[in-house]
Design a protein around this ligand. Structure first.
Ligand code: NAP
Length: 348
């Protein structure tokens, strides 16, 4: 059994738990045979740990009912996450914790670093560590011969990094651009329909689309971090996300949106990055797009990524109306890669 330590039991963590246990889900079988969730840590909602494996369905039901873990749950502990990580054994750290911008994602990156040093594999949906500390973590993972996987960090689990590592292994990316933040794209659509911003934001929150700190979306941080991650991986570099010029939602008025609409155009936040003449640049720009632009029809929570390659045709990947299931699936696809290593080792 591959033992999983989940850090975070928010929207993504709970959906992952649901997918792993849902009888109609194709993942239940592989989960039961190959994976065992041995710890679930939260920051302020209690944690669980059981060497023999947690009954994930029971834990999920309890959390949904009570809103937290407490003494009524098998394996309950009040131990802090890092203490628990230090004193329990596991094989894969699955980081589903919230983004901490103010410390440049240092504490979450340190957690991943300690796990890699201890010989664990790491899967993360948290953008912070990969945007701010990619090179350090990647080098350590290579040295330790462990996986560092993060499919869910960009476009909610769309297989971008899987595709890049496997199918595009021999190709070179020149430039990329796309609509990468669902929240602002959704809000722009609501403003186009005449909805006021506070009501639109409430709706986005109810749909589970807004980051724990809404400013991460509104001020362009989420899109900037995704650009940073794509630059880090595509151009094998370490971008400083704070240096990325960002247009913020605060620049927009409902009148701007309506004016564009009347002219048959749309306002969109476009994030991008390029590597040309030895220079790497990243950006998040508010653009007025005409109807023939490939990003024009990307609505609501949908995303698009266009990748320009040297010597190969441009690729465009569109993800239409993803849900939290897509994000949780990105984590599962990373776990499947780790499972493959275990299976290969067994057959050697
Ligand atoms: N939601 C999406 O659609 C989506 C899509 C792609 C990527 N992501 C990323 O995936 C991650 C999880 O997203 P989410 O929507 O599940 O966030 P969320 O609902 O805010 O949940 C975050 C979870 O992390 C826990 N946490 C924070 N710091 C912790 C620590 N030091 N130790 C243990 N647990 C800690 C929180 O515990 P407390 O509640 O007790 O503080 C909570 O359980 C985020 O980094 C997000 O950016 C989310």
């Amino acid at each position: 059994m591959i033992r999983l330590f989940l850090v975070g039991f928010g929207n993504v963590g709970r959906e992952l738990a649901r997918l792993l246990k849902d009888r109609s889900s194709p993942f239940t079988d592989f989960n039961t045979r190959h994976f065992s969730v041995t710890s679930i840590a939260t920051r302020s909602h209690g944690s669980l740990s059981a060497a023999e494996g947690i009954d994930v369905q029971k834990a999920l039901n309890y959390f949904l009912q009570k809103g937290r873990f407490d003494r009524g749950c098998d394996g309950f502990t009040n131990a802090a996450t890092d203490e628990l990580l230090q004193h329990t054994d596991y094989d894969v750290l699955v980081d589903l914790s919230a983004l901490e911008l103010k410390d440049f994602a240092r504490s979450s990156a340190q957690r991943l670093e300690r796990a890699l040093r201890a010989g664990k594999h790491v899967v993360t949906a948290n953008k912070g560590p990969i945007a701010f500390h990619y090179q350090k973590l990647k080098t350590l993972a290579q040295k330790q011969q462990r996986k560092l996987l993060f499919e869910s960090t960009v476009m909610d689990g769309t297989p971008i990094f899987n595709m890049y590592r496997a199918a595009l292994a021999g190709a070179t990316v020149k430039q990329f651009s796309g609509i990468l933040n669902s929240t602002t794209n959704f809000l722009l659509g609501e403003l186009e329909s005449g909805v006021e911003l506070p009501a639109a934001l409430d709706k986005a929150r109810r749909l589970g689309m807004v980051e724990a700190d809404a400013n991460h979306d509104l001020q362009g941080w989420d899109a900037a971090l995704k650009s940073a991650i794509l630059c880090n991986v595509f151009f094998d570099t370490q971008i400083d996300p704070f240096q990325i010029p960002r247009d913020s939602f605060e620049r927009i008025t409902p009148e701007d949106v309506q004016k564009a609409k009347k002219a048959g155009k749309r306002l969109k936040f476009v994030a991008g990055g390029s590597h040309e003449n030895g220079q790497i640049k990243a950006w998040v720009k508010l653009q007025v797009l005409k109807a023939d632009h490939p990003f024009f029809s990307v609505d609501a929570s949908s995303s698009i990524l266009q990748i320009e390659l040297k010597n190969l045709a441009t690729l465009t990947i569109v993800q239409r109306h993803p849900t939290i299931t897509d994000t949780a699936y990105g984590v599962i696809s990373d776990l499947l890669q780790i499972l493959k290593i275990y299976k290969e080792r067994k057959t050697q």
